[in-house]
Design a protein around this ligand. Structure first.
Ligand code: LLP
Length: 434
């Protein structure tokens, strides 16, 4: 569910006409709905009501400091993966003390920064990392709180590039070796065992792999509680969102109309399936969802440059490109594309929607049926709130897009479009070339 819908012919985000946003700030521009994010946060929390839940928003999905502040105001902590992300939490005026630090290659400097700011826990991915954290904590004269990331070897049935909990993924420690890893952790003088973590993958549209993974590790988790007095179990993120019928899935009525067996995963179904499995553990439950929190809360606005009619193929050339939203090029991901001005009297068009970058992979959609649109008109790429801006690049010397946050009938620029001067600010011509 989300707050993007047509009001008359104009696509709105909450009560804001997106055409007006595109005119004011230009394109490509990401627009986010604060109301959708708040709804997502609350539905997730309510879905697991009855458990002691701490939501650590996985900020890799979208780390704009305005969004972080919004989630912190709602009560969230963060799942972060770098020193840069720690600094973003601080820049947002939020608390690192409710945040967990994941990732397979934390540097000594990053570990120190996390400890200095009172990180809730490190999610440890390997034995050498444990030794490194112990070493840094020792130098600071503190004990580092940790949880070990277990790789449960469960198939998440998602895209191969975003599966994380199979034995051939680089993440975590296999369940069969995890007991030994905890024994090793207990012997380190500057390590405090605090919890256990797992993450099986991203964009999961069924609750079954989550259930399978929790059932698989629950006996081990109970044993850790008995042995080491752990206080929390982080069950990761990964809840999927609707990409194919993105716009239609805004109102609750759409969900009610879907046959139950075809209905995409909701926080209510997720919570109902997992709460009875988790409750007996008597632990705090951490959730690290990223995509679910922001994915359907954002769109990427783009302007049509040309309609190029080729031999047997139409190309709709737009001003956004794979550098702005890489998901279609990288994962063959589907993003629905809709006009900001809907006109049902227009002809239908079937076209490849492509960006201006010099690569054939710079293509948002192939043979997509669309309303006919011409130069200067605007389109919205739906479900672009997660892994959109954060995965963007400057390829072809295209500056980073602008970002706007909508709240009811108001909106504000939360990230100005990057200028050419900002892009080359760190570059210089060496003396030997002058
Ligand atoms: N926690 C950990 C340890 C993770 O590795 C991830 C995502 C998350 C939480 C958040 O998962 P989510 O709730 O967003 O599914 N760039 C890809 C997604 C990569 C996800 C990697 N890990 C995409 O655009 O689909």
């Amino acid at each position: 569910m989300h707050h993007f819908r047509y009001v008359g012919p104009s696509l709105h985000c909450e009560s804001v006409d997106l055409g007006a946003v595109a005119q004011l700030y230009g394109t490509p521009t990401y627009v986010y709905s604060a109301g959708t994010m708040a709804d997502n946060y609350r539905r997730l929390a309510q879905g697991l009501e009855g458990l002691d839940v701490q939501i650590c928003y996985a900020m890799k999905a979208n780390s704009n400091i305005a969004l972080l502040r919004h989630f912190a105001n709602l009560g969230a902590g963060f799942d972060l993966v770098s020193g840069g992300e720690i600094r973003r939490v601080l820049a947002a005026g939020a608390d690192v003390k409710r945040s967990v630090f994941a990732g397979v290659g934390k540097t000594e400097a990053e570990i120190k920064l996390a400890l200095d700011n009172g990180i809730f826990a490190f999610h440890v991915e390997s034995e050498p990392e444990l030794a490194r954290i112990n070493h840094v904590a020792g130098k600071l004269g503190v004990k580092a709180p940790i949880a070990i990331r277990i790789n449960p070897d469960v198939d998440a049935h998602t895209h191969a590039k975003i599966t994380t909990g199979k034995s051939d993924n680089k993440f975590g420690i296999p369940l069969r070796n995890a007991g030994a890893a905890y024994e090793a952790a207990a012997k380190f003088p500057h390590i405090q065992i605090k919890g256990v973590q797992m993450h099986i993958g991203s964009q999961l549209t069924s609750v079954t792999p989550f259930v399978e993974a929790v059932q698989k590790v629950a006996p081990f988790v109970a044993d850790l509680k008995a042995r080491y007095g752990i206080t929390y179990f982080s069950i990761g993120g990964g809840m999927g969102i609707v990409y194919k019928d993105a716009l239609a899935s805004g109102p609750a009525a759409w969900w009610d109309a879907q046959p139950v067996e075809q209905r995409p995963l909701t926080p209510e179904v997720y919570g109902a399936a997992l709460t009875p499995l988790l409750k007996p553990l008597g632990l705090k439950i951490l959730l690290e969802h990223g995509r679910f929190m922001v994915g359907n809360a954002g769109v990427l606005l783009s302007r049509v440059e040309h309609l190029k009619r080729g031999a047997g193929k139409n190309f709709l050339v737009v001003d956004a490109a794979m550098n702005d939203l890489v998901r279609p090029a990288m994962y063959e991901a589907f993003h629905e594309i809709v006009p900001l001005h809907r006109d049902t009297s227009r002809h239908a068009l079937v076209a490849d929607v492509v960006g201006p970058i010099c690569e054939s992979g710079d293509c948002f959609a192939k043979d997509r049926p669309l309303q006919e649109v011409g130069e200067g008109e605007y389109l919205a790429l739906m479900s672009a709130g997660a892994y959109g801006y954060t995965m963007a690049s400057r390829y072809n010397t295209r500056g980073m897009a602008a970002e706007v946050l909508v709240h009811g009938s108001t909106f504000e620029l939360i990230n100005a479009r990057e200028t050419f001067e900002q892009m080359i600010a760190g570059e210089k011509i060496p003396a030997f070339l002058k």
